[in-house]
Design a binder for this molecule. Structure first.
Ligand code: CLF
Ligand code: SF4
Length: 297
């Protein structure tokens, strides 16, 4: 294990391309887009595309049922020897669209017991499923946390849908914030490695992400991944503010430098799509569309 990493932790991350920078040269992840439904609205989301929690919007993913997802994972596992992780990252929210997420994980774990299961969520529904995640041996979870101050949250999230009701404004952001912190604390109690993704939105939460970093470090997050907002017009718009721009590469770098010394930073994220396949930075998803995968497993 590298000097700065506890050997027991290293065992759990050494073949996870996102949780270990070293691993991303040698190990591949794939996503299956089984979770289209979402329970919040982010101002930067374009629902026609993938969840920007984890994904570069562009073209909508091919949505799969859990059975189709299983066939796809088997096909990829046969072709991509580096495959070590199956992630569910939308295109909506994997914890909200829980039945499909769970069915997919259960089916895949039965057929390929050594694949690591990974999930990305906005956190609102997360506390309801932490026990089941632990039972399914999910050892890697990502929560997208863009604020710890509901006043800032109200500029990012116009509404949430929670316990059969829609909430808006600061009330919505406060509930989301409380659920994200509760989910994080519950995961840490279960000893599940938890990464935090944040979308850097200049003028909205950029300076505030220093505070977010402190909060998540204090609660035991394993890693903090600050990603740039992607705001090209072709990817949709930022609904809250017309003309909202993404950060310049140097602004992102400056923020990363400010965060150095806090929660461990991830610097090799590729902002994957909800149907990504392959090594980070070497996307092979086009080889594995539904048409290319035989149904006789
Ligand atoms: Fe997928 Fe996310 Fe798991 Fe990785 S992606 S669910 S933690 S297996 Fe990785 Fe892609 Fe960055 Fe995500 S590079 S967007 S951090
Ligand atoms: Fe869109 Fe993801 Fe936000 Fe849901 S959590 S609104 S899918 S960006």
């Amino acid at each position: 294990a590298p000097d700065d990493i506890d050997p027991a932790i290293w065992e759990r991350i050494k073949d996870h391309p996102c949780f270990s920078e070293e691993a991303h040269h040698y190990f591949a992840r794939m996503h299956v887009a089984v979770a289209p439904a979402c329970n919040i609205q982010c101002n930067y989301c374009n629902r026609k595309y993938d969840c920007a929690n984890e994904s570069r919007p562009g073209v909508a993913s091919e949505k799969l049922t859990p059975d189709q997802a299983l066939r796809k994972v088997i096909a990829v596992a046969n072709e991509v020897p580096q495959l070590s992780v199956l992630g569910i990252a939308g295109p909506g929210d994997a914890c909200y669209d829980w039945k499909k997420t769970k069915a997919t994980f259960e089916r895949v774990a039965r057929e390929i017991p050594d694949i690591k299961l990974c999930i990305s969520t906005n956190g609102l529904a997360l506390p309801d499923h932490v026990d089941e995640l632990a039972e399914m041996n999910v050892d890697h979870v990502t929560i997208t946390i863009n604020m710890v101050d509901p006043e800032i949250g109200a500029k990012i999230y116009p509404w949430i849908f929670y316990r059969h009701r829609r909430y808006t404004g600061i009330e919505a952001a406060r509930i989301l914030h409380e659920r994200q912190m509760l989910g994080l604390e519950m995961l840490i109690k279960k000893d599940i490695l938890t990464k935090i993704n944040s979308v850097m939105i200049p003028g909205v939460n950029d300076a505030h992400l220093v505070e977010v970093n402190k909060w998540v470090r204090d609660r035991g997050a394993f890693m903090h991944n600050v990603m740039p907002l992607i705001s090209e017009p072709s990817h949709g718009t930022y609904y809250g503010l017309t003309g909202q721009r993404g950060p310049q590469p140097l602004e992102l770098e400056a923020l990363h430098d400010r965060l150095e010394g806090g929660a461990k930073l991830m610097r090799h994220c590729r902002q994957c799509r909800a149907d990504a396949v392959g090594l980070l930075g070497d996307d092979r998803r086009r080889e594995f569309t539904r048409d290319h995968i035989s149904s006789d497993v």
